[in-house]
Design a protein around this ligand. Sequence first.
Ligand code: CA
Length: 220
Amino acid sequence: MATILIAEDERAINDLMAANLRLVGHRCDQAHTGPEALQKAAAANYDLVLLDVMLPGLDGFAVKNRLPDTLPVIFVTARTNLTDKLRGLGLGAEDYIVKPFEILELLARVETVLRRAHRGEASFRFHDLNVDLAARRVLRAGREVPLTPQEYALLETLVVNRNLALSRDKLLEIAWGYDYQGETRTVDVHIQRLRRKLGLEKEIQTVYKIGYRLNTRGED
Ligand code: CA
């Protein structure tokens, strides 16, 4: 559970984010202007800020500049403002979400940033696997499994967001970078290799019409 500040002036979007983050157990405060976001951030100890770029009073970039560097920020931006995204990442944001977004994507991004920020989970054990998230190594039955950087990035994303369905586009973006122009078929090829190398043929599930999910709960 984390304490999250949502700074977004469109109330419907703000409420939607808050409702879904609360559903998965997070505490949320809501701000609707830049100054209100700064005021709330100064008064409480947040784990993460979801920060709309176009905020009244003070825009998201100005707000980010006045927040402590150690406070993780995910920018929320409209699809048309591509340069906003790049500027946001240049300002040290952890990630960005493009509106309109899907709730699963929002939850996945939030979990990824929280885990990265907290390093709360140093390793992940599953069957005969030990994924050392700090050292970025994978052991299977005690032996190191050689993975390419992309295979590791895919695995890490699946592990951190386990039991959530992740789209091929998102996996491609996360494992190969925002600018990568490759095809989603690339993801399928690497997923096949990961399944084989790690013996996760059943656990890394294909989610019909979406992408993949690492199922650690045993059910289908
Ligand atoms: Ca806005």
